[in-house]
Design a protein around this ligand. Structure first.
Ligand code: ADP
Length: 622
């Protein structure tokens, strides 16, 4: 096989693969029904107004069609001046009423369409917030979510634009039937000519315009890149790196390079578009020529009146528009349907966890909850390595457990298994003896309170961040107590608005920014506010200075008094307050006991402790 042939085969396979990837799960009809059902359940008026809008457009079109021939007919028949006047007034009145009604319908249906789009955004946000945790990390799920974003945040996106298309399709189909009826009254050959010519022109044009459709992936690659650079230049987290590492020039050059490529791409698109325009003009000229000549010959041979000729001429020239517009609308609907499919696929992503369908968990009278991990093995999706290996761990109610180990030992993964964010690949996690896979996972989460490593600050007031509630529901006394316990109260009291001070600068101009340590303390206060029976702390002191760290340790037993706690730390000195320590290595428990027991044992924990205390001392002496 020659190189050229090989390249062609490769391109064909790639194209087939791209097509397969783009193939929608639902067809146009299924998606049309879905959108109508969606609107019927939330905003019926959008459907009703769409039908009224369609009837008004059709009426307006028919008035325009009959206006001139009717007036000409009155003159031809030599009717009185008052008849002529009342005919003109009648048409004028009808046109004014239809225009007024159309603008009323447009404004009201626009409001309804925005409501539908916002409802869809809400559904997708809810899905994202409530989906099983593994979905929220799944690349395919996140990719779908990204593709939905453009449709939802743009008023030209599918949830709004599709209604105009439905209405246009109805209009074009009805116009087609009415005009076909009028033209066929004259001559069936004329009817056939009117159908065949625009259909042929449509397919020729479609082939030419297809270029930009087929290359849309390439276009979105350039626009995404440009968008990413634009976002990075204003990203608050990147702001420091941009300055320190002199990334400005690099970003500027990348932007320029991408822009040049994009320009080249647009130039190619414009060439195709211009060719399409030329073909369109020539074909329109030919189409009109053939059909008009036929109509004139027919009129001369059959002695039609001037008003009849005008009516048929209008009908003939309008007819091909119906067909052409219908086909374009249908193509548009196919594209929109593909996007509706993506939204639906995202919303219908299967849930590996049970929620409301699972057994609901009734709170225990004694408030005690045992967690038992039995023969638990866990491997991340698309990975061939077990992160947790046949692990058995019984956490008794009220116990303070510490998990220690080197980076990558599997500590965070283990905590996520305990919290029910992942299900084990093998083995089971039991809550008071029952497999959590059978329980309502949302009920299970209610028993946990946590401080994770990654920050998740809300753009809201300090009090809202601590309570995670809307202002009216907040128990301010409890907020203050938790802030005192976590040690952030002094800082909050320095703010002019105290607990009502907004945090973050994305939404509030007067919002404050907290340091890493202060943020961590605020999260501790949040964890305490929830008053859950099990508290999980994943490296809560990582961002604290030694004094603040010491302060947290001292309060630790107070904070977790009567609660079960799971505490991850890589700093071994911090775990001495715990009832039991497990030392994790390669996803297995390799040592277990109290701090003193493990030191006495002289194993890995003890070795690591010695190394850490040596450097700690060095640090202090230095
Ligand atoms: P530790 O908390 O002890 O530092 P982790 O539980 O975070 O360890 O990570 C254990 C191993 O699992 C690491 O090798 C890490 O690369 C891998 N890992 C962590 N999170 C993911 C993930 N979401 N997908 C795939 N691998 C992961």
């Amino acid at each position: 096989m020659t190189k050229e042939k090989q390249e062609k085969t490769r391109q064909k396979t790639e194209k087939a693969e791209r097509r397969k990837k783009r193939k929608s799960k639902y067809n146009v009809l299924q998606n049309t029904i879905y959108m109508f059902k969606f609107a019927a359940e939330r905003k019926k008026s959008v459907i009703i107004l769409m039908f009224i809008g369609f009837l008004l457009s059709l009426s307006s079109n028919l008035i325009n069609l009959f206006l001139a021939p009717t007036i000409l007919g009155v003159v031809e028949r030599g009717e009185s001046f008052s008849t002529l006047l009342s005919t003109i007034t009648g048409f004028a009145f009808a046109i004014i009423v239809i225009q007024w009604l159309s603008s009323y319908v447009r404004i009201n249906s626009d409001l309804g369409k925005v409501y539908l789009r916002v409802s869809m955004i809400e559904l997708i946000n809810l899905k994202h917030m409530r989906t099983s945790y593994p979905n929220s990390e799944d690349t395919a799920f996140l990719e779908k979510r990204n593709r939905c974003k453009w449709e939802l945040f743009d008023s030209n996106g599918v949830p709004e634009a599709i209604w105009a298309n439905f209405s246009n399709i109805l209009l074009n189909v009805s116009g087609f039937i009415i005009y076909l009826f009028i033209i066929s009254n004259v001559d069936i050959v004329l009817g056939v000519l009117c159908v065949v010519i625009p259909v042929a022109v449509f397919f020729i044009n479609r082939k030419i315009y297809r270029w930009s459709y087929e290359h849309r992936d390439e276009e979105s690659q350039y626009t995404s890149q440009l968008y990413w650079i634009h976002e990075s230049s204003k990203n608050m987290i990147l702001a420091k790196d941009i300055r320190i590492f002199g990334m400005t020039d690099w970003l500027k050059n990348l932007y320029k390079k991408t822009l040049n490529l994009y320009n080249e791409f647009i130039k190619k698109g414009v060439k195709h578009e211009m060719l399409g325009n030329v073909v369109e003009l020539v074909s329109e000229f030919l189409r009109n020529g053939i059909v008009y000549v036929y109509l004139i010959v027919y009129t001369v041979n059959n002695g039609l009146s001037a008003s009849e000729f005008l009516l048929y001429l209008n009908a003939v020239s309008g007819f091909s528009e119906w067909i052409y517009n219908f086909m374009n609308c249908f193509l548009g609907l196919q594209r929109q349907s593909y996007k509706v499919s993506i939204i639906r696929e995202l919303l219908e992503t299967p849930e590996p966890f049970l929620f409301e369908e699972g057994r609901s968990i009734e709170p225990e009278k004694n408030g005690k909850y045992d967690i038992d991990l039995r023969n638990v093995t866990f491997r991340y999706p698309n990975s061939d390595k077990n992160v947790i290996e046949n692990l058995n761990l019984h956490i008794k109610a009220g116990e303070n457990l510490a998990i220690v180990g080197l980076n990558g030992a599997g500590k965070t993964t283990l905590v996520k298994l305990i919290c029910g964010f992942y299900d084990p690949t093998e083995g089971e996690v039991l809550l008071n003896g029952e497999d959590i896979r059978k329980l309502n996972r949302r009920d299970y989460y209610k028993f946990f309170s946590a401080v994770f490593q990654d920050f998740s600050m809300l753009e809201a007031t300090v009090a809202e961040n601590i309570s995670q509630m809307s202002p009216r529901e907040i128990d301010m006394k409890r907020v203050q107590k938790c802030a005192e316990e976590s040690g952030i109260d002094k800082k909050i009291n320095q703010f002019p608005k105290g607990y009502d001070t907004p945090v973050g600068k994305k939404v509030y101009e007067d919002g404050i920014l907290l340091s890493g340590g202060e943020t961590q303390k605020l999260f501790l206060a949040r964890a305490l506010y929830k008053e859950a029976p099990i508290i999980v702390l994943d490296e809560p002191t990582a961002a604290l200075d030694p004094l603040a760290e010491n302060e947290v340790y001292e309060k630790y037993s107070e904070m977790t008094d009567g609660k079960t706690s799971v505490y991850i730390s890589h700093r071994l000195a911090s775990t001495r307050f715990c009832d039991r320590i497990i030392y994790l290595e390669n996803g297995r428990i390799c040592e277990e006991g109290t701090h003193d027991e493990l030191i006495k044992k002289g194993g890995k924990y003890s070795d690591l402790f010695d190394v850490q205390s040596y450097y700690y001392k060095e640090e202090i002496e230095f």
